[in-house]
Design a protein around this ligand. Structure first.
Ligand code: IPM
Ligand code: MN
Length: 364
C-alpha cells in the first residue's frame, strides 16, 4: 500500500496535546517518505459547545473510510445531552458501535523507571492484556435504556453468542501470540465475569467454555470480577490475557493502569474486522489541559499499536519496524527518567516528545 490515510481527532482537554505528540513521534519513527497521511477532523465537547454537534457526519465518514483513526481524548464534565450523558464521549462510543470495534485490547505493562505502587513489584513482573468486549455488554444500552417520568431508569446488559464467541477467540489468539504470564511463562486466558449471580455473565462463561477446547495449548481459568480486583493488586504477575464484558473491562482497565503508574501509561487498540481506532485509555483531564504537562506516553503507545496493526494487516515491515522502534524509545526514555508530573517527574510533554523523536531519528 502506498498511502495510509489516518483520521486524526484531537478532542478535548489534554487530547490535542497528547495527540500531536503521538503524531510527531510517528513521523519521527517513519522519517522522510513516510507512507502515512494524517488528516485532522473535528469532534468532541468543545466542538459541541461551538456548533451544537459533537460528532459531525463528515468526521464520521472520514473515520469509517480511513485506514486507521487516532484520537487524543474526549469529554468535558458538565457538557451533556438532555439525558445527562456526556456529549464529548459520542465520538468514542459511536465509533465503537457503528464501526463494530468489538475488541478493545488494553496492555498493562510495568516499565522500568516507573515506580510501582505495589510493594516489591519490579519492571516486567506485570505484563498482561485486558481484552475488553467493546460492542455489547452493559454499554449496548447506551441511549436505549428506559427513563420513566424521571422516577425510574433501566439499562440492559446484552450478550450475544456471536459477540462473545468472537471476543473469546480473540483472547486465545492474543495469548498464543504472547510470551505468557510473567510469573510462570504460561499462556493463559482468564475469563472474568459474574456468572454466579447474573445470567448474562453465565452465558458469557458458557460460550467461553464452548470455545476453549479449540485452543488446547492455552490454559484457561475463571475468575469472578470482585475477586479479580483483588488478584490484580495481589498477584498481577499471574495474568496473561483477561477477557471480559464491556463494563467490567472499563473498570479493571483503570485498576490495572493504577498498578503500573497510572492512566498516563495505558494504551488501547479498538479493533473491528475493517477499522482500527487508537487512543489512550485515559480521559481528557481538563484540570491539567493547556499546561504542557500531560503524559503523552499512553497515546504514543497507542499510535505504536496502530502501526503494528497496519503493518501486519498489509504485511508492511516499515510500519512494524517503526512500531518496534517507538516501543524501544519509550522503554528507554522511561528507564532514563523522562517522567511527566503524573509519574512524579518534572518533564514537560514537549520535552518527552522531543526526546522520543531524537531517539527515533537515531534508530532509522
Ligand atoms: C474508556 C473510557 C470510555 C469508556 C469513555 C471515554 C466513553 O473510560 O475508554 O475506558 O467508558 O469506555
Ligand atoms: Mn474507562
Amino acid at each position: 500500500k502506498e498511502i495510509y490515510e489516518i483520521a486524526v481527532v484531537h478532542g478535548d482537554g489534554i487530547g490535542p496535546e497528547v495527540c500531536s505528540a503521538a503524531v510527531e513521534v510517528v513521523k519521527a519513527a517513519l522519517g522522510n517518505g513516510s507512507p502515512l497521511n494524517f488528516r485532522e477532523y473535528p469532534a468532541g465537547a468543545e466542538h459541541f459547545l461551538k456548533t451544537g454537534e459533537s460528532f459531525p457526519e463528515p468526521t464520521f465518514d472520514a473515520c469509517r473510510s480511513s485506514d486507521a483513526i487516532l484520537h487524543g481524548a474526549g469529554g468535558i464534565p458538565g457538557v451533556v445531552h438532555p439525558d445527562g450523558t456526556e456529549a464529548g464521549l459520542d465520538f468514542t462510543l459511536r465509533l465503537r458501535f457503528e464501526l463494530d470495534l468489538y475488541a478493545n485490547i488494553r496492555p498493562i505493562r510495568l516499565f522500568e523507571g516507573v515506580t510501582c505502587p505495589l510493594a516489591g513489584v519490579k519492571a516486567g513482573e506485570i505484563d498482561y492484556i485486558i481484552l475488553r468486549e467493546n460492542s455489547e455488554g452493559l454499554y449496548a444500552a447506551r441511549g436505549a435504556g428506559v427513563q420513566l417520568r424521571g422516577e425510574l431508569s433501566v439499562d440492559t446488559l446484552v450478550q450475544t453468542r456471536v459477540g462473545v464467541e468472537r471476543i473469546v477467540r480473540k483472547a486465545f489468539e492474543l495469548a498464543r501470540a504472547s510470551n505468557g504470564a510473567p510469573k510462570d511463562g504460561v499462556k493463559r486466558v482468564t475469563c472474568c465475569d459474574k456468572a454466579n449471580v447474573l445470567r448474562s455473565y453465565a452465558f458469557f462463561r458458557a460460550v467461553f467454555d464452548e470455545v476453549a477446547p479449540d485452543y488446547p495449548d492455552i490454559e484457561v481459568e475463571h475468575v469472578l470480577i470482585d475477586a479479580m480486583t483483588m488478584h490484580l493488586v495481589l498477584r498481577p504477575g499471574h495474568f496473561n490475557v483477561i477477557v471480559t464484558e464491556n463494563m467490567f473491562g472499563d473498570i479493571i482497565s483503570d485498576l490495572g493502569a493504577a498498578t503500573i503508574g497510572g492512566m498516563g501509561l495505558a494504551p488501547s487498540a479498538e479493533l473491528g474486522e475493517r477499522n482500527g481506532f487508537f487512543q489512550a485509555a485515559h480521559g481528557s483531564a481538563p484540570d491539567i489541559a493547556g499546561k504542557g504537562i500531560a503524559n503523552p506516553y499512553g497515546t504514543v503507545l497507542s499510535a505504536a499499536a496502530m502501526l503494528d496493526w497496519l503493518g501486519s494487516k498489509y504485511a508492511d515491515s516499515r510500519l512494524s519496524d517503526a512500531a518496534a522502534n517507538i516501543r524501544a524509545a519509550t522503554n528507554k526514555a522511561l528507564a532514563e527518567g523522562c517522567l511527566s508530573a503524573d509519574l512524579k517527574g518534572n518533564w514537560k510533554s514537549a520535552d518527552i516528545t522531543r526526546r522520543l523523536c531524537d531517539q527515533l531519528a537515531a534508530m532509522r
